[in-house]
Design a binder for this molecule. Sequence first.
Ligand code: SF4
Ligand code: MG
Length: 338
Amino acid sequence: KNLILEVVNLKKHFPARGGNPLVRSERTVKAVDGVSFDIREGEVVAVVGESGCGKSTLGRLVIRLIEPSSGGIRLSNEDVTHVQGEELRSLRLKAQIVFQDPFGSLNPRMTVGASIAYPLQVNRLFKRGDKEGVEQRVKELLERVGLNAAHAKRLPHELSGGQRQRVGIARAIAVNPKLLVLDEPVAALDLSAQARVLNLFKELQRNTGMAYLFITHDLSVAEYIADRILVMYAGKVMELGPRGGVFKTPWHPYTEALLAAAILEGPSSSDATILDGDPPSTIDPPPGCRFNTRCPHAGPICAAEEPALVEVQDGHMVACHLLTGKLQRRIPASTRIP
Ligand code: SF4
Ligand code: MG
């Protein structure tokens, strides 16, 4: 299958905020720091990790809501790393984003129909004045996401959370994108609405062949929806591989810890409290492996040298010195989650 998205050594660094606003901060946030991966046509890649690990920044970079500091992004074979203006507009026809909070991303004074029609008009997908064409398309889109024509006249506050998220999805797919970035798209919904919206994502994906970059802190969501899993920690990829491989035989100590915490705390655990110890910080991260302050296996080399991302099995990549032969496991592998 064709590559839809190629991300190569992508970085987003910016000066840290906080402290005295009049004093220029010398500290740097390395929100995304050398991330590489790709997505093929119709593939679902889930990005998992605790809050603050850089997954939302990665999603915003990929559809160029923000501009990378360095590295490269190719979308359907086109270099979009630094595109601006008209080229950036045409990128939006290929890639769209759905946010966690549809209420925040929908204009409260705009009817649902007008919100969905907006991208059709901005991108001139219908002739000026073709009101009927636009209306027909809006109705189609509403039905595609499990709503109906009557919803077009409603305002966002008149809808439930799940319905609002469906409107956000209809608006995102209005231009027939090849790639959808989904940033915690079900995290704000109650459990039954979550299940229904997840099923809608599956169905849309089957029917349209869209690819997803699905950002979630919830491993059970990732396991349900994704073909491949990308585990991020403090701006870096720790592990990347097929869903089955990552969930059944995780290699990275961070992935093991995430899975263990998810099993102990259940699916409702909040992403802020998954693991003990310092949360991942992307402000002036130390050299070496970024997980070394919390890792039960860490040895001296872990603080000194950054482990490379190496392939341990077909398409299953891991960044850990335990796999480069430079470090021995202290805890036997049999304690790994089966
Ligand atoms: Fe732990 Fe060292 Fe592997 Fe990092 S490189 S995950 S600190 S063992
Ligand atoms: Mg986030």
